[in-house]
Every structure is written in C-alpha cells, then in structure tokens.
Design a protein around this ligand. Structure first.
Ligand code: SF4
Length: 84
C-alpha cells in the first residue's frame, strides 16, 4: 500500500487493486449461510465509514479489513457499533 491515508474510505475505494487481491476473492468463499445479507452488510460498512477507528479500510480496533469482517453474519464490531 502507498502512504495515502483515508479515515473514511473502504479498501475498495482507497486501493481497488488490494481490494480485489485481498477481499474480493475471499468474499466469494464465504458460505451463503455464513454471509451477512446485503442490506445489513451495507449498513455495517456505512457505520465503519463514519468511525474513528477506520484507517484505509482497516479497523484499528481489531485489525481486520472491515469489508471482510462485516461480510460474516456472526462477526461483530469490537466496539459494538454495528446495529444488531
Ligand atoms: S468494525 Fe467497529 S470499530 Fe471497527 S471500523 Fe467498523 S465500526 Fe469502527
């Protein structure tokens, strides 16, 4: 990754090539029963985009790429900021 920093950007927006390499391929491997439905996924990511813990698509609270973490239905925000 470059030195560009964005506190509101997801990886897909900040570094599309890294998103394809590290996130897109893994999203396809999540079993449908484990996958967050799209509406909830977008809601979670909208919260992350407004969060002070977001740094270039990574959550500084847990170290995860939020676009990946949010895609797992049973995952949660480390600070309980996602709606239930
Ligand atoms: S997972 Fe939670 S703490 Fe991390 S960036 Fe998203 S809202 Fe913020």
């Amino acid at each position: 990754m470059t030195e560009n920093r964005c506190r509101k950007c997801l990886l897909k927006e900040a570094f599309p090539e890294d998103y394809e390499k590290y996130v897109a391929s893994l999203l396809k491997r999540i079993a449908p029963q484990d996958r967050t439905d799209d509406e909830r996924y977008q809601t979670r990511l909208a919260v992350c985009r407004q969060c002070d813990q977001l740094n270039n698509g990574t959550c500084m609270g847990c170290g995860c790429l939020v676009e990946l973490r949010a895609a797992y239905r049973k995952e949660h925000c480390p600070f309980r900021r996602w709606p239930q």
